[in-house]
Design a protein around this ligand. Structure first.
Ligand code: ADP
Ligand code: TRP
Length: 342
């Protein structure tokens, strides 16, 4: 009998910028999926500190946020025995690949990037890194031959651009070096922020940090702005930040109860805020917060996890770079080989 061909596991890859504290949008849009997927395939997760450098330009802050992202992932349940967690900058070959991809990518594609246009529209003075950002992201994905990329809605266009760049490369050099990755969305791909727009690290007022102190979270929830409708009046839950966040943390029947109270009247904003607070504490307080606090006291352990992850990720990256050198005619010289083997 011929043996069954062994099926290659699906490789999942994703990155989160170390540009602030992780928030509910990061969790329900991406990280919850990252942690679930560690039982379903090969997972590569990294802290996008090169990307963060486009906005965080202070050494202490960048290091601190990088540590915080790692500790949050571990406290939320990432198991380093199942999934790799590493710093983007520990695999510097991604920059080399980003440059190579940029040479086969038209300006038109880059100029269509929403996230760049949105940041410029917000008045952020763009640096070249911000414009080049999707090329580095494409390199992050392609260098590990990733199959699937679990992210929030805002990153989908970047993954489409990555597919385009992979295709340009393969066509230009007439070799199928890269496979085309696919985005994977969670059930909550666009989590609303406290100020009504997308919850985002770049707007502190919009976020509920996953592991914020209870007093801080209470203050943030209690100050969510509402209209002046009284308890008995019917209210529209679909535009209501309190309900939309509650739906993420509560059980379906509990969310349905709040929804009914808003639609029919009888549910006041004050009570709804208290219910949201209690659920947040139930889901992220207790054991999770304890574990997060303990990790704060063990930076060496966190560092060991990141180094072990980087070691494996860099090996995978080096193999891809060999194919890229071969396809393009860039040499894998002795000096480079020694560096890659180190
Ligand atoms: P931020 O937008 O807060 O700076 P990142 O850009 O580092 O966060 O995003 C990390 C991951 O979290 C990405 O997959 C992104 O799509 C997802 N994400 C960020 N904000 C939200 C949100 N409000 N809703 C859903 N997913 C989100
Ligand atoms: N740009 C992503 C974000 O802001 C972070 C990121 C960098 C990423 N490289 C990636 C996500 C590769 C997925 C795959 O959320």
């Amino acid at each position: 009998m011929t043996p069954e061909p062994t099926k290659k596991p699906i490789r999942y890859l994703s990155g989160v910028q170390s540009s602030g504290r992780l928030h509910l949008g990061n969790y329900f849009g991406a990280i919850q999926n990252h942690i679930r997927l560690q039982d379903q395939g090969e997972c590569f997760y990294f802290i996008a500190n090169y990307h963060a450098l486009t906005t965080v330009q202070n050494a202490g802050e960048l290091k601190n946020y990088t540590f915080m992202v790692a500790a949050d992932y571990l406290a939320l349940g990432l198991d380093p025995a199942k999934a790799l967690l590493f710093r983007q900058s520990d695999v510097p070959e991604v920059n080399e690949l980003a440059w190579i991809l940029s040479t086969v990518t038209g300006m038109g594609l880059m100029e269509r990037a929403h996230s760049y246009k949105d940041k410029v529209a917000k008045g952020i003075a763009p640096n070249l890194g911000l414009f080049y950002y999707p090329a580095l992201m494409a390199a992050d994905i392609l260098i590990y031959h990733s199959d699937k990329v679990p992210v929030g809605q805002d990153q989908v266009q970047h993954i489409e651009m990555c597919r385009d760049m992979a295709g340009y490369f393969n066509n230009t050099f007439k070799k199928d070096v890269f496979k085309l990755p696919e985005a994977v969305l969670s059930e909550a791909p666009k989590v609303i922020g406290l100020t009504g727009g997308k919850m985002s690290k770049s707007d502190e007022a919009s976020v509920i940090p996953i592991f914020g102190e209870p007093a801080e979270i209470k203050k943030k929830v209690m100050s969510i702005v509402t209209d002046s409708k009284g308890v008995a009046e019917p209210k529209d839950p679909d535009q209501n930040v309190i309900y939309l966040l509650y739906k993420l943390v509560a059980r379906p029947e509990e969310a349905a109860e709040m929804e009914k109270g808003f639609r029919q009247g009888g549910m006041g904003y004050g009570d709804a805020k208290k219910m949201l607070l209690a659920k947040l504490e139930e889901v992220f307080g207790g054991a999770g917060r304890e574990k997060r606090k303990k990790l704060e006291e063990k930076p060496d352990m966190v560092e060991d996890v990141l180094l072990a992850g980087a070691h494996k990720a860099r090996k995978a990256a080096a193999q891809t770079m060999e194919l890229v050198y071969e396809a393009t005619g860039l040499p894998l010289s002795k000096i480079k080989k020694a560096m890659l083997d180190s």
